[in-house]
Design a protein around this ligand. Structure first.
Ligand SMILES: NC(=O)C1=CN([C@@H]2O[C@H](COP(=O)(O)OP(=O)(O)OC[C@H]3O[C@@H](n4cnc5c(N)ncnc54)[C@H](OP(=O)(O)O)[C@@H]3O)[C@@H](O)[C@H]2O)C=CC1
Ligand SMILES: Nc1nc(=O)c2c([nH]1)NC[C@@H]1CN(c3ccc(C(=O)N[C@@H](CCC(=O)O)C(=O)O)cc3)C=[N+]21
Ligand SMILES: [Mg+2]
Length: 300
């Protein structure tokens, strides 16, 4: 059996189209234009690509995009002052501070300085706490995108065995929260997990968010399972020419697709969903800021 390929790129395009419709309706009915501010500290080339893509897609759906590029040596106080300004700016409904941040900066302090209502990444402790206690939160974009793909593919997730490999605050933990809320039986695995292949083989839903190229092998996958590959790893590709790279996930795709029922590719899987969910969260934030009903289709 060969797995169905879950087309995150196409799903994300559909979600962006819905976001575009909501943005047009907000303008027509309320004279409201949602705005997203993205802050990039330093010149990490991968981050620059994401920030450029975000800005382009933000404008494409009719929202305002504000980009702030700061020098890699920017002192923490200066970054905090910018966040405070964005918190007060009525044209800014969503704020994203691109991670990772340089070493002189305390990441948690910066994330928690963002107004939770504008925290479209869902990284603020308030939003993490709201999600963990089953309350209305800003949900982190990558897990939200994974969840939407799972709902679309499977429908009711109740009672399914879900294994999340990785326990970061930005992917693994919030992913586990969403799956728990959807009534899955959730296992969160990490670098200290014993018999990781055996744990993964229990999964009806296997989410890999590890940051290790192709670590999850085909024989770790239960036949028929749905595999969500969050990993974005840039590895050397000499076969494409000297100095060339290619993107691979945390799952050995060619092996896993022989066993899984469905699987997300890299690229074209979770990545585009992350950006589409960021735009959706920004519309949600703008609606909440102005007391307008939130579009249901854009939430978890
Ligand atoms: N598609 C998208 O939009 C996004 C993709 N990503 C990608 O997702 C991946 C994960 O990102 P992120 O969560 O930020 O990564 P982190 O590095 O923050 O977390 C990685 C997690 O994987 C665990 N881990 C590392 N090595 C192993 C191992 N050998 N066996 C089992 N577990 C292991 C770590 O365990 P421990 O806690 O014990 O150290 C940790 O919990 C990366 O490839 C990243 O590029 C990230 C964000 C968005
Ligand atoms: N505050 C913050 N929020 C984030 O959401 C955040 C972040 N910091 N730091 C970095 C990670 C990574 N990330 C990605 C987003 C889109 C793609 C994406 O669109 N990927 C395309 C390919 C893009 C390419 O070709 O490089 C795909 O998978 O098809 C990937 C990765 C968001 N992150
Ligand atoms: Mg730091």
């Amino acid at each position: 059996m060969t797995a169905e390929i879950i087309d995150g790129k196409a799903f994300a395009a559909g979600l962006r189209a819905q976001v575009g419709e909501e943005v047009a309706a907000l303008k027509a009915r309320h004279g409201l234009k949602p705005g997203l501010a993205v802050v990039l500290v330093g010149e990490d080339p991968a981050s620059q690509v994401y920030v450029r893509n975000k800005a382009r897609q933000t404008v494409e759906v009719g929202m305002a995009s504000f980009e702030h590029r700061l020098d890699v040596a920017t002192p923490q106080a200066e970054l905090l002052a910018l966040v405070e300004r964005l918190n007060r700016d009525p044209e800014v409904h969503g704020i994203l501070v691109q991670l990772p941040l340089p070493d002189q900066i305390d990441t948690a302090k910066v994330l928690d300085a963002i107004d939770p209502a504008k925290d479209v990444d869902g990284f603020h402790v308030i939003n993490a706490g709201l999600l963990a206690t089953g309350q209305k939160a800003m949900v982190p974009c990558t897990p939200l995108g994974c969840y939407m793909l799972l709902k679309e593919r499977i429908g009711d997730l109740s009672g399914l065995e879900a294994v999340v490999v990785g326990r970061s605050n930005i992917v693994g933990k919030p992913m586990a929260q969403l799956l728990l809320q959807a009534n899955c039986t959730v296992t969160v695995a990490h670098s200290r997990t014993r018999d990781l292949p055996g744990v993964c083989r229990r999964a009806d839903i296997l989410v890999a968010a590890v940051g290790r190229p192709e670590m999850v092998r085909g024989d770790w996958v239960k036949p028929g399972a749905t595999v969500i590959d969050v990993g974005i790893n840039r590895i050397p590709a000499p076969e494409r020419g000297e100095g060339k790279h290619r993107l691979v996930g945390d799952v050995a795709f060619e092996e896993a697709r022989e066993v899984a029922g469905a699987i997300t590719p890299v690229p074209g899987g979770v990545g585009p969903m992350t950006i589409a969910c960021l735009l959706a969260n920004t519309v949600t934030a703008a609606c909440r800021a102005h007391g307008v009903d939130e579009p249901k289709a854009l939430a978890a």
